[in-house]
Design a protein around this ligand. Structure first.
Ligand code: IMP
Ligand code: MG
Length: 183
């Protein structure tokens, strides 16, 4: 991975840095208003959600805590279904708190569903979802989102936390990966 190769591997930029900043600031304001006076905990999923969590947290101007969950998904060799495993559980007490699950993308929804169910077992006062990206064409599990950054078409996207083979997370924008690189 040298020089410009990250940018050269993009078909095109889908959402640039400025658009991300503007939208995340709007979401931060909305969340600050909606959760004013409540004990808010933002929970994100490793590793893709890290960048969004760090940025949106700084656009929320009310007190809140942050927490991380680890989840790994893989396609079993014999099953078409994706298996999601929790690799890191919650450390904070969530019971009685207002939990907002902050995710990079609602793709099939398999990960969201498993993490949502895990959080529900911790008995929060409320549990809602904020996804930066929503890809409706790919949904398998139906989840309801309280906040959405952007609805996108069925492209494989990289950047701003999203990876291909663990690379490209550090791109400051969301881009479409060139199809020849993964086909
Ligand atoms: P799910 O299919 O909704 O469970 O998404 C599982 C995970 O796959 C997400 O949290 C992302 O980390 C990853 N993912 C889904 N769609 C994309 C994409 O377009 N680019 C990169 N990663 C993705
Ligand atoms: Mg990934």
């Amino acid at each position: 991975m040298t020089g410009n190769s990250m940018n050269n591997d993009m078909e095109r930029v889908l959402i640039d840095e400025e658009e991300l900043n503007v939208r995340i600031a709007q979401l931060g304001e909305e969340i600050s208003r909606d959760y004013d006076g409540k004990e808010l905990v933002l929970v994100s999923v490793l590793k893709g959600g890290l960048y969004f969590l760090a940025d949106i947290s700084r656009k929320i101007f009310i007190h809140h805590q942050i927490e991380l969950v680890g989840a790994s998904s893989y396609k079993g060799s014999t099953h078409a279904v994706t298996d999601v495993r929790i690799t890191k559980d919650i450390d904070l007490t969530l019971s009685g708190k207002h939990v907002l699950l902050v995710e990079d993308i609602y793709d099939t929804g398999n990960t969201l569903k498993v993490v949502y169910e895990l959080l529900r077992m911790h008995k929060p006062a409320s549990l809602e979802i904020c996804a930066l990206l929503n890809k409706p064409a790919r949904h398998v599990e139906s989840m309801s989102l309280k906040y959405v950054g952007f609805e996108i078409e069925d492209h494989f996207v990289i950047g701003y936390g999203l990876d291909y083979k663990e690379y490209y997370r550090n791109l400051p924008c969301i881009g479409i990966l060139k199809a020849e690189l993964y086909k």
